[in-house]
Design a protein around this ligand. Sequence first.
Ligand SMILES: [Zn+2]
Length: 271
Amino acid sequence: MLFDSHTHLQFPQFDGDREGVISRLLSADIKVINVGTDLEDSKKAIELAKKYLGQMWATVGLHPNDAVGQNFDISKYKKLAENDSVVAIGECGLDYFRTPDDDKNRQKDIFLRQLELVRELSKPLMIHCRPKAEDDAYLDLFEILSARGESVLGGKYRNLNLKNGNGTSHFFAGSKKTAKQFLDLGFYISFAGPITFAKEYEEVVKYVPLDKILIETDAPFAAPAPHRGKRNEPTFVEFVARKIAEIKEVEFEEVARQTAENAKKLFNLDF
Ligand SMILES: [Zn+2]
């Protein structure tokens, strides 16, 4: 059994052959979390999860890049997120890669409002964070996450009181130092397809202890080698697990078992 902790099977890229993709996933015994990126998309993720109870779960959130021109109506998101199939809030966070500088404050504001949901609903946080230069987006994110009980954004938000360690950093693309900061906060680190072909991940994969690692595809995006450039799908999560086993010099089965166990613990799942 493998656990793909971050995928988007509800996306239109799967409209043509979703059943086929799902039947491959079921026969390979892969469990997944379908991650919502805005309100409508989160609804679709929940609908899909409800069809495959025990095999699929969902998250509710507004992605920083999808937040452009969208209102964040917290009451609508909250109502959705109360659903039993919803195991985390996100993906949400900061994406400076394609973002003009004057958009940063708006991203921070929408992220903070989703942190309120994390606190109110006591569900874990699924972070999307993509830097432009060095670790810039990660640094701003830590400033927000570590502001427990202090005012952030000019006093607009106080007393976030997030539970320590209740979250994961999806598609981790930061430095070893950034990984350490997440680990110090008690967060999990999730690795995706690029670790199979980009050598610069080796050091950080080696560094993060196996009991703090999640694996993911982020399908339909970022397929791992040997499927690079094609549409990604949850069965390819195996290649991420195999690369971690190779880098850490442990058995593939151990990586599969431990990463599924980590997901079970973080997202409070029954399987
Ligand atoms: Zn994603």
